[in-house]
Design a protein around this ligand. Structure first.
Ligand SMILES: Cc1ncc(COP(=O)(O)O)c(C=O)c1O
Length: 375
């Protein structure tokens, strides 16, 4: 009988892993029946995450989008205000600004790290500008000193959207603790996950209090069922926090593995280093490599989408770089042009990057990418 053909590989772009105390902590929630947004794991996860990010306060939320909304509410953003937002980001960053009735003003990217280009900031500032919402895209920190210098000159707040950058360092300091507030996502594809979940990190005690009030329906902390402001139910559950605490216990191993995967890609893709932009790591940065994102250069005639389709045939899932926000129907404005972000969006793709990948997987992915680039 002929031998059966080997099953095709399936390599996901992201994949979580639960090999620590996750099951034990979640079981404790079930055993004690503390399954909602009261329970010991919530303050433990918050305190642990605050320590990890080297900030005074961390406030858990039910996802990264509500964390962004809470951070903006913490800055007292008002209808009619403007916030500078990179056009190349996930839609939640821009949406959160609109939830406050404010307007996202888009800014182009710099091509090396794909983050907002600080040299363009001054030109975006108007009398209505209140703040800058920085995104550490795909895990590489934005150039915070340059951004903070502009913010200080114009008295603007700075919020870091670090949804994709758990553990990234800027000049040796953790992201999320560099501006006025930081936000994180713990969706299932992130470096650590709580299923759905988010966190706001903040230094200022008053802002932290304000954010906690908005998170819990706007209730005054010392007066039950008294609501001085319109708040939200953005609370994290004890079950999510139980997962989060167990994941946090392993975060150093996870981030080290992401960096190891990146070093394997750099090695196996080195024959393509002239033809495509491999991720850079600026001298002042430690990249979290949430995703390993490459950008096809002009020497590669095959389209990005054809390459993604070819990789899918080999069982390799990839994802395209985000569409820039200025082309989305809710944010579209005639004639708006952000050429760097548009090119990165059209030619960029993220390769599988997660804790379960082996060097052999990376060699397999790189081999197919080399073949498909047809050079
Ligand atoms: C840059 C960025 N900001 C915000 C979010 C929103 O996080 P969540 O999906 O947890 O709401 C994400 C999630 O993917 C993201 O990538």
């Amino acid at each position: 009988m002929p031998a059966a053909a080997p099953a095709p590989r399936k390599i996901a772009v992201s994949a979580p892993q639960f090999q620590g105390n996750e099951a034990k902590y979640v079981q404790e929630c079930l055993d004690t029946t503390w399954v909602s947004s009261i329970g010991r794991f919530i303050p433990l996860f918050e305190q642990g995450f605050a320590e990890y990010c080297e900030v005074e306060h961390a406030i858990a939320a039910n996802n990264g989008t509500s964390a962004l909304h809470l951070a903006l509410l913490g800055m007292d953003l008002q209808p009619g205000d403007e916030v500078i937002v990179p056009t190349l980001t996930f839609v939640a960053t821009a949406n959160a600004v609109t939830y406050c009735g404010a307007k996202p003003v888009f800014i182009d990217s710099e091509p090396r790290t794909m983050n907002l280009d600080p040299a363009l900031l001054e030109a975006c500032i108007t009398p209505k500008t209140r703040g800058i919402l920085v995104v550490h895209l795909y895990g590489h920190p934005a150039d915070m000193d340059a951004i903070l210098a502009v913010a200080r000159r114009h008295n603007l707040f700075v919020i870091e959207d670090a949804a994709e950058a758990h553990g990234a360092l800027y000049r040796g300091r953790k992201v999320g603790g560099l501006g006025d507030a930081g936000t994180f996502s713990f969706f299932g594809n992130k470096i650590i996950t709580t299923g759905e979940g988010g966190m706001v990190t903040v230094r200022d005690h008053g802002r932290a209090e304000r954010i906690r009030i908005f998170r819990g329906q706007g209730m005054q902390p010392d007066r039950r069922y008294w609501f001085p402001v319109i708040g939200y139910n953005y609370r994290m559950t004890n079950i999510q926090a139980a997962l989060g605490l167990a994941q946090l216990e392993q975060i150093d191993r996870y981030t080290a593995h992401h960096r190891m995967v990146a070093s394997w890609y750099a090695h196996y893709l080195s024959p393509l280093a002239e033809a495509m932009a491999l991720p850079v790591e600026e001298p002042w940065a430690r990249h979290a490599y949430w995703l390993y994102t490459v950008v096809l250069g002009p020497a590669i005639a095959t389209s990005r989408d054809e390459i993604m389709a070819g990789l899918a045939e080999a069982g390799i899932e990839t994802r395209p770089v985000f569409y820039p926000m200025h082309v989305m129907p809710p944010f579209f404005s005639e004639g708006a042009s952000f050429p760097v972000a548009e090119r990165l969006s059209a030619r960029g793709l993220s390769l599988p990057t997660h804790i379960r990948l082996t060097e052999e997987d990376v060699a397999y992915i790189a081999g197919h990418l080399l073949r498909l680039c047809n050079l």
